[in-house]
Design a protein around this ligand. Structure first.
Ligand code: SAM
Length: 241
């Protein structure tokens, strides 16, 4: 077992494809600056250097988020909750436990549960074993539970959770009815007076509208351009007492 927690690389295939595309444009630009096809000359350099730079730059920004930015982003999300330490917490799409473990460290008598369906393409090394290893290394085993469960159909009782957290999970549900179900599940399991803190890079207005239509008071925080890529937004939705 590794001796340091590993929270994985988000969207690893997307990052890999960005680097491959960047390398291909670069190779073509350098190896074939001019190509003649059917007596027509195509000038590929320096033109092809721009997409090469674009792909490598944005691939590197995404990688930087996974390696550095997401820890600051986690703290920003967790700072939206006025912790007492006694909360019941649910992390939806916990992956390798970024928010689950961060929340558990703020608990005394409370308990945090992470649910996931462990999509390999959403996070490198995704799976309950990787999460268990992180939980052991971070020493929060007593305060955490892992469940293999879909955000669209949760097993938790109505009004049983004080704090629902979720980071870059809900957009991975590709159909709107599915995302609506997930938002309604979050509302259902929240206790009156509870809070949901949701972060994603797109569809945030859709989630906000779902929460607002269910009677929650929604506050949308500004996009974070410093350290998250794609830039992530946070919304805070409070269920009235
Ligand atoms: C990009 S990862 C983010 C993981 C973690 N929240 C973090 O910030 O490091 C998205 C996670 O959402 C999970 N996920 C996607 N669709 C889900 C669903 N319908 N129900 C539960 N989890 C889901 C994926 O398996 C993956 O672990």
């Amino acid at each position: 077992m590794a001796n340091k927690p590993n929270y994985g690389i988000d969207a690893p295939n997307v990052i890999r494809n960005f680097f491959i595309a960047g390398a291909l444009f670069l190779i073509v630009a350098l190896a074939f600056p001019r190509v003649t096809i059917a007596h027509i000359e195509f000038v590929l350099s320096p033109g092809f250097l721009w997409p090469a730079l674009w792909f490598v730059f944005f691939g590197a920004l995404m990688l930087l988020y996974s390696l550095v930015g997401k820890f600051r982003h986690r703290d920003r999300i967790l700072a939206k909750v006025a912790w007492t330490g006694a909360e019941s917490v649910l992390d939806v799409g916990t992956g390798r436990g970024l928010l689950l473990i961060g929340a558990a460290k703020r608990l005394t008598t409370g308990h945090a549960t992470g649910i996931d369906i462990w999509n390999a393409e959403d996070l490198s090394g995704n799976g309950p074993e990787a999460l268990k290893a992180n939980i052991a290394l971070e020493d929060v085993g007593e305060k955490t539970t892992i469940k293999s469960e879909d955000a669209r159909q949760m097993s938790f009782a109505d009004g049983s959770i004080d704090v629902v957290l979720s980071n870059v999970c809900l957009h991975n549900i590709y159909d709107r009815p599915g995302r609506t179900k997930a938002c309604r599940e979050i509302v259902r399991v929240l206790k009156p007076g509870g809070v949901a803190v949701i972060s994603d890079y797109k569809l945030m207005k859709e989630y906000a509208a779902e929460f607002a239509s269910a009677g929650l008071k929604v506050e949308m925080c500004p996009l974070d351009w410093t350290g998250t890529w794609p830039p992530l937004r946070i919304l805070v939705a409070r269920k009235p007492l």
